[in-house]
Design a protein around this ligand. Sequence first.
Ligand SMILES: Nc1ncnc2c1ncn2[C@@H]1O[C@H](COP(=O)(O)OP(=O)(O)OP(=O)(O)O)[C@@H](O)[C@H]1O
Ligand SMILES: [Mg+2]
Length: 390
Amino acid sequence: MRLIIYTGKGGVGKTSASAATAYRLSKLGYRTLLMSTDSAHSLGDSLGTDLGVDICHVSDNFDALEIDIIHEMKTKWSDIQSYVTDFMVSQGMGNITAEEMAIFPGMEMISALFYVNQFYESGEYDVIVMDTAPTGETLRLLSLPEAANWYVMRFYGTFKKMIALARATFGKLSSVPLPSADVMDSIDELKDTLQNVSKILDDPKCTTVRLVLNPEQMVIKETMRAYTYLSLYNRNVEMLLVNKVMTDEMLSTDHFKDKREEQAHHLKEIHDAFDPMEIKLCHLRYTELRGLAMLEYMAEEIYGQEDPSKVYSSESPMSFRTDDGMDLLVMKMPFIEASQVELFRVDATTMMVHVGSQKRNIHLPDSLISAKVLGADFIDNELVIKFKRE
Ligand SMILES: Nc1ncnc2c1ncn2[C@@H]1O[C@H](COP(=O)(O)OP(=O)(O)OP(=O)(O)O)[C@@H](O)[C@H]1O
Ligand SMILES: [Mg+2]
């Protein structure tokens, strides 16, 4: 199975690009699922159909699913949902508000990852194309498994705080429902599934990320940050889609005279920053990008005759190598300076890499458990950590 994830800043064209890719794949004969984790529900708009809350058959080989988290909570996580709701109600909150409060930001993404795991195991689809929401949570949850623990801890943490608050308010705990064994089991299951998903996400030949951007200063900067972040967490970012590029024809009018130079400058900046990554362009269209026929145009412009399920680069951002008898851990660190990186040996099996405010634990292979860290170098956007075995 292939998993292609489109991500990027708000409004750049993620949904359109995902839908176009999925449609093209289905026409090539791949059993394709297009899945959106965006609660704004724009997939239906893009496809020009109403999708509902379950998997919807769009056309031959083409299914789509817009994650509806309220529906998911009711059908899949009813234990957790009803516990959180009971808890909120015990605190004097109305039933409906309590149900909504039981939903944490990013839960759509977790639900989507559950589906990925399910379909990976069942082999029902050849390709899943994932359209994501333009939020920090999206990136964070893609950085599994760290995020899985972070997420579950946040869940626990929030409860601890609420229980403490209830205790302070009422002086006793009797009115506060405590989580049952079923609820705790559901949380454990959540954690286990996320661990499985992290194996799927870690495989650079299976899961790849495509960053969508527009030729605009702020968007470029944010895309660079997203790339650094995803590399730190070992996600294979293999393609950049520069969308809404104005055509020469548009730019030839006097009205867009200044825009012409600005766009050329931004396109150069994108190439300078991201080469040799695969960079695709898609022009801004005058007509609304809606419905399968428009998506077909978009796919044609992006991919031409190429098969969109192709893995443009399967290099993992992190690898262990041996060079001249020395063991090396090599990590891609795009757009980072050596001074922004700090390394710690947490214990025999774990190293921690800090990049700015981000940190990642790296579990060393058995062969390096007793090895000493000799030092680290920064070479061509790569952090190279040298080890010496005992
Ligand atoms: N190449 C293009 N030419 C013209 N319009 C486009 C193009 N790409 C996307 N659009 C339009 O821009 C709007 C935003 O596109 P889309 O919904 O795909 O972006 P998004 O990144 O998914 O947005 P969000 O972050 O809100 O989810 C839509 O109205 C879409 O039709
Ligand atoms: Mg969208």
